[in-house]
Design a protein around this ligand. Structure first.
Ligand code: FDA
Length: 308
């Protein structure tokens, strides 16, 4: 109930504008977001590298409304990619296709606009020796997203697709991506989806996650296990042991600021860990989804806000 309300609020444009321009917002967001400027992002990536942790950069934003905005995102990401690759610490970038023009309301050409904006970014990632991880958004975007992933993979190779374990269709998608040797990031899924397309019970999502992790580790190309759920992490580690998979054949991924204890433990045990580190001004929908995942965060944040 609270989760559904927070997810509904995450899509409210009026509250979003009000929150994102609030002078006190940083007090709320600093746990999950590196900062507003690319320099703050770079500082976090360098610190993480010193802690033997990799990063993937998310320049916050989604659901752009015009071709100009989408082109601006592309140019911003091209500059970010350059800065980040020059650090030489193995960082990747993560993008949301609705930030590059997918689904622009009223524009039937949105998929082509999106593909044209993503293409130079993936080309540049290849040139710089890194890769582009393509986030998965609401279920209506899965088909066009997978189409763009497949075409970028065919042209450049250096892309990773996200699969959400809560979707009923995901087993077939994992099978296809494994067959095409396209790396997958497996997460549970962060949006509100109806029963016709997604499992509704946590136990069902978890069961599917374990099944898909096994498929990915057994037959996928350099998979990423993205979760903060210790049960999912342990299930992955069991598969890794049972199948004798070397620690450099896959990676764990987590979100910046979440389950730092588990992050440290995995690194200490010799596993690869990559953190998803967002920065930028358009933080509201991302932040609200983090609250929806764990409504207890709400109380934690309110307490911290007034303590400072
Ligand atoms: P679950 O929600 O069951 O949580 C397990 C435990 O983790 C909780 O008990 C708590 O301890 C901790 N935890 C989880 N979320 C927390 C939070 N917000 N604050 C504090 N503690 C928390 N989704 C999507 O739809 N598309 C995408 O492209 C991505 N990309 C992505 C990248 C990476 C690197 C990660 C880690 C996650 C995503 N996600 C995503 C989000 C994902 O779908 C999911 O919503 C969250 O990871 C939460 O699910 P868990 O697997 O952590 O399990």
């Amino acid at each position: 109930m609270l989760r559904a309300t927070l997810l509904r609020l995450s899509e409210n444009g009026t509250i979003r504008r009000w929150m994102e321009t609030s002078p006190t917002a940083d007090r709320l967001t600093s746990r999950f977001v590196a900062g507003h400027a690319v320099e703050q992002e770079i500082a976090v990536i360098e610190r993480l590298s010193g802690e033997r942790t990799l990063a993937t950069v998310d320049y916050l934003g989604e659901g752009v409304k015009s071709i100009e905005e989408a082109a601006k995102t592309r140019d911003a990401y091209l500059a970010i990619l350059d800065r980040v690759a020059r650090l030489g610490v193995g960082a990747t970038i993560s993008i949301k296709l609705t930030q590059f023009g997918l689904g622009m309301s009223g524009l039937g050409i949105s998929k082509d606009v999106c593909r044209d904006n993503v293409d130079p970014l993936v080309a540049k990632a290849k040139e710089l020796g890194t890769s582009v991880e393509i986030d998965m958004e609401q279920s209506g975007y899965v088909d066009p997203t997978l189409e763009i992933v497949a075409s970028m993979h065919a042209r450049y190779g250096c892309v990773r697709s996200v699969i959400q374990a809560y979707l009923l269709r995901s087993e077939k998608d994992v099978e296809r991506l494994n067959g095409d040797r396209i790396p997958i990031r497996l997460c549970k899924g962060a949006y509100k989806e109806p029963a016709g397309v997604a499992f509704q019970k946590k136990s069902e999502v978890d069961r599917n996650y374990v099944r898909l992790v096994d498929m990915m580790l057994a037959g996928g190309a350099y998979p990423a296990v993205a979760t903060h759920d210790e049960k999912m992490v342990n299930a992955a580690l069991r598969t890794v042991k049972d199948r004798g998979i070397a620690p450099d054949r896959f990676e764990f991924q987590m979100l910046y600021g979440i389950r730092r204890d588990l992050q440290r433990r995995l690194v200490a045990d010799g596993y690869r860990l990559r953190l998803y580190v967002p920065f930028g001004d358009a933080w509201y929908p991302y932040f609200m989804r983090r609250l929806a995942e764990r409504p207890a965060n709400l109380m934690f944040l309110v307490r911290n806000f007034f303590r400072r």
